[in-house]
Design a protein around this ligand. Structure first.
Ligand SMILES: [Zn+2]
Length: 273
């Protein structure tokens, strides 16, 4: 699987591929998404894009890509949580983090990067997270850490602030009834329809916090599609800006800011974008 195969998870794969091609790779990432998503597969696809021997970046066929798939690439370090995803009982032993950190201190063996994947990071204790923070603050050059989480709010703010966060969207968002609405709202905002028309439509269709979060997933997906396929009304830069605003709105709702207030502000900012 290459990053392209994960376009179904929204805009993240495309943005990461662009970052690789532009040589703008950060040292820390959080890939957030629900337990049904193959986040390890996604992270490995990103690792392939970074380390692949072919020019296209992430061919999936060269020896490096094959070793990453098999998790036998010497500079790839994956730790997995115990417990069952989605059940809220993930745990990562503190010792596993200590062992990982000792590996991260070493120079990469065969490439120019140590790539670290932490699966089920929601299961890290606060102590383990604080310990791991040091590795994020003072990484060996070339290190790329990918933290996989069902909800990044389970991670310390200090970890969040040191990583670039991407939310991976559930494929199920495609089937959900709310999916048509985000597209409609986006079009209305682009066409500079009256704010009150849009607000009334939202008020009529979104009745609770869950529906609001679902709407935002759908909206991010719609903007991701615009970004991938090009949109005559908005530049890439503006679309990325919109995706960031949606992300901020989602965080506000999770922090229990009233969903109506958040959505209204979002529509206003989309219109101004
Ligand atoms: Zn390859």
């Amino acid at each position: 699987m290459t990053l392209k195969d994960y376009n179904k998870y929204g805009a993240a794969s495309n943005q990461l591929q662009k970052a690789v091609l532009a040589g703008k790779i950060s040292h820390g990432y959080i890939f957030e998404g629900d337990y049904t998503l193959d986040k390890v597969g996604f992270a490995k696809a990103f690792a392939k894009a970074i380390l692949c021997e072919s020019e296209e970046g992430g061919c999936g066929k060269c020896p490096v890509c094959l070793q990453i798939d098999a998790e036998s690439f010497p500079d790839l370090h994956i730790i997995r949580a115990d417990g069952e995803a989605g059940k809220g009982n993930l745990s990562i032993k503190d010792e596993a983090i200590v062992t990982l950190q000792s590996k991260m201190k070493l120079k990469p063996a065969v490439s120019d990067r140590n790539i670290v994947i932490i699966q089920g990071a929601d299961g890290m204790t606060v102590r383990a997270q604080n310990r791991f923070l040091k590795s994020l603050e003072e990484p060996v050059a070339g290190t790329v850490v990918m933290i996989l989480s069902e909800n990044a709010e389970n991670l310390l703010p200090t970890i969040n602030s040191r990583c670039v966060k991407f939310r991976l969207l559930s494929e199920r968002a495609e089937d959900c009834e709310a999916y048509g609405l985000p597209g409609e709202i986006a079009e209305m905002a682009f066409d500079k329809k009256f704010f009150f028309d849009i607000k009334n439509k939202l008020d009529g269709e979104i009745k609770d916090k869950e529906a609001a979060l679902k709407f935002l997933d759908g909206a991010e997906k719609v903007f991701g599609i615009f970004l991938r396929e090009g949109n005559s009304k908005f530049s890439d830069k503006k679309l990325i800006n919109c995706i960031n605003m949606i992300e901020a709105a989602r965080n506000d709702i999770r922090r229990n800011v009233g969903f109506k207030y958040v959505l209204r502000n979002l529509v206003l900012s989309l219109e101004e974008a």
